[in-house]
Design a protein around this ligand. Sequence first.
Ligand code: DAH
Length: 338
Amino acid sequence: MENLKEILTEYTEKIDAVISERELAEVKATLFGKSGAITELMKNLKNVPPEQKPQVGKQINDLRVALNTLCDGKEKDLHRLAIERSINEEAIDLSIDGNFKRIGTLHPVNQIKNKLVDYFVGNGYIAYDSPEIETDYYNFQALNIPLDHPARDMQDTFFVSDGILLRSQTSSGQIRLMEKHKPPLKMICPGRVFRADDDSTHSPVFHQMEGLVIDKNVTLCDLKGTLEGFAKFIFGTQTEIRFRPSYFPFTEPSVEVDVSCFNCHGKGCRVCKNTGWIEILGAGMVNRRVLENCGIDPDEYRGFAFGMGLDRITMILCAINDIKLLWENDVRFLKQFD
Ligand code: DAH
């Protein structure tokens, strides 16, 4: 009987001290295994005098049940602790600041360009890519600007070598398109252009988008309707446009196109320099000589063309006062245009 009490005390302590399932399995083996303490007691029962057997047998069984219950209890505790530990270890603290990488955005000029390309392509124009390095012929001569023509001074050009230059205008795309494709034609040609110009509104590299429509019976009214649609799309539906007479060698007649100020709606403000109007592009009816240079009969076909500065339109729309901001790639500036 003493022995049984000792076993109970000893193993109660042992089970209590267990901190892992492996340790518990070991303790259980020393109790209930082949030569475990309880197993031995059961074996020795046969040496107990018959009259004491029922009582001793009951005591041993009680001890077995008590130790078993302790082991089961411990097992449950260990299991619960394991779950608690894994919950703590795997927990995500949602209150901690995330370490996210900021996703960049398209440059504001590209955003405007894409918007305009979508608009014109949606109206049946093709978007045409033309080389940035050009010959004098495509950039000037075919556009009715001969070698000694004073109009060359309008655009201070970067020359690569004799007769080869960085295109000073996307108008060269008109010639390349008309040489390859027969009318009717509707195209836009967006891209970079280059001029030896450098101040707060001019950059040596900037972006233009050319437009060209060639068909039978195209008139100045078509040009006006087209540009009005475009102006309302980009500057808002209240926008009006006006044509002012101008001169470009490749168009006749030529016009300078203004839009009513989207900021003050014509009253006069800082954006429109108090005039109520903002100059946004040059345009006109394609000069007969340009059509002839491309093998198109000017008595059969006519067309209009327009050319706009994408950086300028971006600056107007986004109230940017220095073109350099568009080229510095300062993230603090760019992220304002998400
Ligand atoms: N190429 C001209 C420039 O860069 C802009 C321009 C004016 C384009 C009239 C045209 C046009 O197509 O018809 O200043």
